[in-house]
Design a binder for this molecule. Structure first.
Ligand SMILES: Cc1cc2nc3c(=O)[nH]c(=O)nc-3n(C[C@H](O)[C@H](O)[C@H](O)COP(=O)(O)OP(=O)(O)OC[C@H]3O[C@@H](n4cnc5c(N)ncnc54)[C@H](O)[C@@H]3O)c2cc1C
Length: 221
């Protein structure tokens, strides 16, 4: 029987940046992995058999790969990943996924990127991989400390909606912000994060006249 197998390799960890008590970025060796902005990799602890999907956070031309991870309480993998440090290694499968920009048209379009929590990760990659891209990001979080590395986005292009404090750009839920936002029907809209937000945002966008074929979504959980 001809069985296709995914390639699975150990990659050394180069750096871990803890951004909050529960979220962190793992930078590991790229080796010969190639990917397109928006794809994800399956990553797991070095001695385990389990992996989980993580969108690639770093840019396509960076000489390393970074993932942004939120520790899930009582989760199987994230508490273990959180304990890793530079010099340890992770198991990594080949990048996969269809969540991405249309490469032939990307500089002729305007993008609205909508994320909750670590759903910002593929958009960070898209923006850093494509200087000159015409985009706006709306990022929904609970508290403003989850506006991960928000200083990295160009001025005026990133709006942080924090539902439980007032230190973001908008105090309230991302979906409330979207309800009041004037949306250009020509926009290509990308959604990434938890499924509740994606369903609610989808309805809001449809009601505002954005056609289905201009709405793209990646559901994390
Ligand atoms: C395509 C894709 C890309 C993803 N990219 C990322 C990423 O870039 N960063 C990232 O942190 N996660 C990402 N995830 C989620 C990730 O794959 C894991 O589900 C998550 O890290 C939990 O793993 P765990 O083993 O610790 O928890 P598990 O033991 O697998 O799950 C415990 C429970 O937690 C839920 N859960 C998963 N994620 C969260 C969360 N963030 N908050 C609350 N509950 C959650 C699960 O649905 C499950 O019910 C992605 C998922 C998909 C499908």
């Amino acid at each position: 029987m001809n069985r296709s197998r995914k390639r699975l390799n150990l990659h050394d960890i180069l750096e871990v940046r803890h951004l909050t008590d529960t979220s962190f970025i793992i930078r590991f060796e790229k080796n010969d992995l190639e990917f397109t902005a928006g794809q994800h990799v399956c990553v797991g602890p070095p001695n385990g058999i389990h992996t989980r999907e993580y969108s690639i956070y770093s840019a396509v031309n960076d000489p390393f790969i970074e993932i942004l991870v939120k520790e899930v309480q009582n989760g199987l993998i994230t508490p273990v990943l959180k304990g890793l440090k530079a010099g340890d290694s992770v198991v990594v499968e080949e990048p996969v996924g269809y969540f991405g920009l249309n490469n032939t048209e990307k500089f002729n379009k305007k993008y609205l990127f909508i994320a909750t929590g670590t759903g910002i990760s593929p958009f960070h990659c898209m923006v850093k991989s494509n200087p000159g891209l015409d985009y706006k990001i709306v990022h929904g979080v609970r508290t403003a400390e989850e506006g991960y590395e928000r200083e990295e986005y160009e001025k005026g292009k990133y709006t942080l909606c924090s539902s439980r404090d007032t230190s973001g750009d908008y105090a309230g839920r991302l979906t409330n912000y979207l309800q009041d936002l004037k949306i250009d029907e020509e926009l290509e809209v990308y959604l990434c994060g938890n499924c509740n937000m994606i369903h609610d945002a989808y309805d809001i966008l449809e009601n505002k006249g954005v056609p289905n074929d201009r709405i793209h979504a990646e559901v994390y959980f």
